[in-house]
Write a protein that binds this ligand. Structure first.
Ligand code: KMT
Ligand code: NI
Length: 179
């Protein structure tokens, strides 16, 4: 099951949890309001449920990304890209097969919400939501990435331009309605 909290800014390694003291937890209801969807399916026994969800949401293809220094080509560069705040035209769907890591998403007040994911967690970040990804101090995560046909998931790094991006505007409209 995912857990979430407000990210406390500091000079500490971003792979550290970055919790306030005391921790400022973000509820699963609040995550839902931000449009973040999540499930937990055991990769050893419940892949049929992943397949069912993929069929429902029309994810027709998938691949795997093995994020560790020894397995991911251009590791440092890739991690830097993952941790640069961005949006996509499509939603981002990740199913954690092993290890753990953090997905950070912005709330409507532009605060970072840190979402802790681990083996079995499936997470969907909505199109147009500003987000980033980083490993935690275990330095390992293997994930299945699921895609719709003709996926548009190239990262578009945040700028004044992306604030006006069609998906971004749609996402903010949806947030307002959910408020
Ligand atoms: C992305 O788009 O930020 C990613 O694919 C993150 C790595 S997948 C766990
Ligand atoms: Ni992304």
């Amino acid at each position: 099951m995912v857990t979430a909290w407000f990210y406390a800014d500091s000079d500490a390694d971003p792979r550290e949890p970055h919790q306030y003291e005391p921790n400022r937890e973000v509820s699963l209801d609040e995550l839902a309001r931000l449009g973040v969807l999540h499930w937990t399916f055991d990769p050893d026994t419940e892949l049929d449920k992943v397949n069912e969800l993929a069929a429902q949401r029309k994810y027709v293809s998938r691949d795997e990304v093995n994020i560790a220094r020894d397995t991911l080509p251009n590791y440092d560069e890739k991690l830097k890209t993952f941790f640069t705040e961005h949006i996509h035209d499509d939603e981002e769907i990740r199913y954690i097969l092993a290890g753990s890591g953090y997905f950070d998403v912005r709330d409507e007040q532009d605060r970072w919400v840190r979402i802790n994911t681990k083996k079995g967690d499936m997470i969907i970040l909505p199109a147009g939501s500003y987000h980033r990804f980083i490993l935690d101090t275990n330095n390992y995560l293997k994930a299945m990435r699921l895609f719709k046909e003709d996926p548009k998931w190239t990262p578009i790094n945040r700028s004044e331009e992306t604030d006006k991006h069609e998906r971004r505007v749609e996402y903010l409209e949806a947030l307002k309605k959910a408020a």
